[in-house]
Design a protein around this ligand. Structure first.
Ligand SMILES: Cc1ncc(COP(=O)(O)O)c(C=O)c1O
Length: 370
């Protein structure tokens, strides 16, 4: 769509979202979740945009996953929905006060991975005569937050069921480590192992009389592998709405499926092997390329080019010899390495259909990292 009107009309750098691709991505995951009998609870942090959340709901998402309370507040302010999983530890009195306010307006479940996190929540909700749903975050290999599968999950569950005000609903994990595996086979193996660790932890809890109705996994690259494990109830992919260059690794997704691109302008051609674009780290972010790729994004119009260096407002594109590269003023579309932080840096998304801008969407939770 080199000659598409939006490529000339929009000022750059900006983010353009192809609505046909967006809807295809959302519909495909929704259909897959349905076919596996799983609830779909997409992560809001990828797009932070109410219009896209509404689209996901139309396609059957049961609610959303958020990391930060600021994201929850954006959803609640927009009146989009009433069922949100905060897949993140809510720690500190300011956060707990905000959570209590949100509980008045929405159905919220929060992740906990220790007594130290759970106890202040229990005290705060019990003091108000309220109830808070919690899930235990389990570390199935990412080595971020979370308790280890098996006995440690059971020990924490026994503590949680004693705590006033808390209702233990189940278990969650983010199997993000699978997406970083070097091969598709290893990714699938790690994903399955993560799913199995979660399901067997749930079974252990049930054997000890603890009821578990949520068994939730979430990752885009591993989505179709983890969820082959029987016994899960829910999946929480985020990046799938747009996809990004990291998604190319396992072969299922190519550039033609990526719904969001960074539209940029060539501002300098200092030498035959170099073009400079108006998107630097303040647009593309410094997220490194995924294994097997080079550069700070995929140049759709010149796939042989490499975005070799970034400063804040400049992207240095290296061109191989013999390439009749872009001229000053030419527009280029870039697929970012990791789309989520890129969206968080922009005020709006331009929605495109048939080469025209058909809507401008505010990134409602942009910058809401508290
Ligand atoms: C807790 C949690 N759940 C789900 C996801 C969604 O994963 P992805 O970005 O691969 O779609 C993430 C991503 O970081 C996450 O942290």
């Amino acid at each position: 769509m080199n000659g598409a009107p939006y490529r000339k009309e929009l000022d750059t750098p900006c983010l353009v979202v192809d609505l046909d691709r967006l809807e295809q991505n959302i519909a495909e995951m929704a259909e897959y979740a349905r076919s596996r009998g799983l609830a779909l609870r997409p992560h809001f942090k990828t797009h932070k945009t109410i219009e896209i959340a509404q689209l996901q709901r139309q396609y059957g998402a049961i609610g959303f996953t958020c990391a930060k309370l600021g994201e929850v507040e954006a959803l609640v302010e927009a009146g989009v929905l009433d069922d949100i999983l905060v897949a993140y530890q809510v720690v500190g009195e300011q956060k707990i006060a905000r959570l209590l306010r949100l509980l008045e307006r929405a159905r919220i479940t929060v992740a906990v991975d220790s007594v130290a996190v759970a106890e202040p929540l229990s005290r705060a909700v019990a003091a108000l005569g309220k109830r808070l749903d919690v899930v235990i975050e389990v570390d199935t290999g990412l080595r971020r937050a979370g308790v280890q599968p098996g006995e440690p999950v059971l020990r924490l569950a026994h503590e949680l069921v004693q705590m006033p005000g808390l209702r233990l609903r189940g278990l969650m994990t983010h199997e993000g480590h699978a997406g970083r595996a070097p091969t598709t086979e290893e990714m699938e193996q790690l994903a399955r192992a993560a799913g199995e660790a979660l399901v067997s932890s749930a079974a252990l809890l049930r054997r000890h009389g603890v009821s578990v109705d949520i068994v939730s996994v979430g990752s885009t690259p591993a989505a179709f592998a983890t969820t082959r494990v029987e016994g899960l109830t829910e999946m929480r992919p985020g990046t799938y709405v747009f996809y990004d260059a990291a998604a190319f690794r396992f072969g299922r997704i190519g550039p033609e499926r990526v719904a969001l691109r960074v539209l940029t302008t060539v501002i300098s051609r200092p030498s035959p092997d170099r073009a400079v674009i108006d998107a630097g780290s303040k647009t593309l972010t410094s997220d490194p390329p995924p294994p097997g790729r080079t550069g700070y994004g995929y140049v759709v119009d010149y796939p042989m080019a490499t975005i070799a260096r970034l400063s804040e407002e400049h992207g240095v594109v290296e061109l191989p010899p013999g390439v009749d590269g872009p001229v000053v003023g030419e527009r280029l579309e870039i697929i970012p390495n990791h789309v989520c932080p890129v969206v968080n840096l922009q005020d709006e998304l331009f929605a495109i259909r048939n080469g025209e801008v058909v809507a401008t969407w505010r990134v409602a939770a942009r910058g809401r990292v508290r």
